[in-house]
Design a protein around this ligand. Structure first.
Ligand SMILES: NC(=O)C1=CN([C@@H]2O[C@H](COP(=O)(O)OP(=O)(O)OC[C@H]3O[C@@H](n4cnc5c(N)ncnc54)[C@H](OP(=O)(O)O)[C@@H]3O)[C@@H](O)[C@H]2O)C=CC1
Ligand SMILES: O=C(CO)COP(=O)(O)O
Length: 320
């Protein structure tokens, strides 16, 4: 079975490299120059340099070529997903679509599985998420991810098809919990980066991670997710990785905020839009999401670091 991966960014490319050691993979990029470059160089010099392509990885620039692939991984940023699916509805209808992005959609507040179900009801929707840096996967370092699919039989097939010697996949049917964990940990990582950038120390970061996790659980429970999903790879696991690593773009954006430095606006940082989306949703539903709200305000320059910290620390004292 050939697998198609749409989006030749760092993550799509890393998954394509890892999985094509076991089975044929088509990796699609929208930009003709990038397609030509990857075909010639047999690596993604733009997004993931230094990671050579296995022989069974085929680079494609024509979406029509995926007609024979039953399973399609969508590795494009969250805020671009709805438009992408709408434009390519007919090609993707009837397939199993696995979201590989992390975030909640601005305007609707929903995650990628809901967007897929909404735009292409004729497809089976799933999500692959969890603690993993693209460079680690591409280099063959051990990684564990969560595959969430509402249809457990289909989920078991995906789990088997996408696992490799170094990529160990666990499965759940709780798609809401899996997409919330991946989305919200990015917001908390921005907060942690900001605290570290401002020189507030490791203890403050540990407090933010813990209270951030409580915030994630609160929203997840409200939206009907299983709390044990949040305690797994897609929630706690990814929170730990992203809040503590300089490899994370969300963490680095936060650190720049804390240091008072600018950050390259072209970098994919899913937590920025997600902070706003979740803040809006929390307000609509009367939910208490103080860290998310502070991150959204920091990113919009509605708050400075000092006031942000004061706001979090001056909240009424309560039971843990
Ligand atoms: N990098 C990582 O370590 C990990 C990333 N992820 C998640 O994967 C998702 C993608 O991130 P990542 O690959 O790192 O991002 P990159 O910035 O490396 O790449 C983004 C990719 O999306 C493509 N793209 C952007 N907009 C569109 C569009 N409208 N239509 C089609 N393609 C589009 C870009 O194409 P172009 O170059 O032409 O603009 C590019 O190939 C994110 O949600 C991220 O959270 C998950 C786990 C790990
Ligand atoms: O999701 C990731 C790790 O699991 C990648 O994190 P960043 O998007 O912050 O780089």
């Amino acid at each position: 079975m050939t697998l198609a991966i749409l989006g030749a960014g760092a993550f799509g490319t890393a998954l394509a490299i890892s999985i094509s050691h076991d089975r044929p993979v088509q990796l699609w990029a929208r930009d003709a120059d990038q397609v030509a470059d990857m075909k010639a160089a047999r690596e993604n010099t733009l997004r993931l340099p230094g990671c050579p392509f296995p022989d069974d990885l085929r680079v494609i620039g024509d979406l029509g070529d995926i007609s024979g692939s039953e399973t399609v991984l969508l590795a494009i940023p969250m805020q671009k997903l709805r438009d992408f699916l709408t434009r390519h509805h007919d090609i993707l209808s009837g397939k199993t679509l696995v979201a590989c992005c992390k975030g909640m959609e601005l305007g609707t507040g929903v995650g990628p599985v809901s967007v897929i179900r909404d735009v292409i009801p004729g497809a089976e929707a799933a999500i692959l998420t969890g603690p993993s840096f693209a460079a680690d996967i591409a280099r063959g370092l051990p990684t564990a991810l969560t595959l969430a699919c509402g249809d457990d039989e289909r989920g078991a097939i995906l789990q088997h098809d996408l696992s490799t010697a170094n990529l160990r996949i666990y499965r759940t049917t709780d798609t809401i919990g899996a997409e919330l964990g991946g989305a919200l940990k990015n917001v908390i990582a921005i907060a942690c980066g900001a605290v570290m950038g401002a020189g507030l120390g490791e203890s403050a970061r540990a407090a933010l991670m813990t209270r951030g996790y409580a915030e994630m659980q609160r929203l997840a429970e409200y939206l009907g997710a299983d709390p044990t999903t949040l305690a797994g790879l897609s929630g706690f696991g990814d929170l730990t990785l992203t809040c503590t690593s300089e490899q994370s773009r969300n963490y680095r954006l936060g650190r720049s905020l804390g240091e008072g430095n600018s950050f390259d606006a072209k970098t994919t940082v899913e937590g920025a839009a997600t902070a706003q989306a979740v803040h809006d949703m929390a307000q609509d539903h009367g939910l208490d999401m103080p860290i998310t709200s502070v991150v959204a305000a920091l990113l919009e320059n509605r708050l400075d670091m000092k006031t942000a910290m004061k706001r979090l620390l001056s909240r009424p004292l309560k039971e843990e």
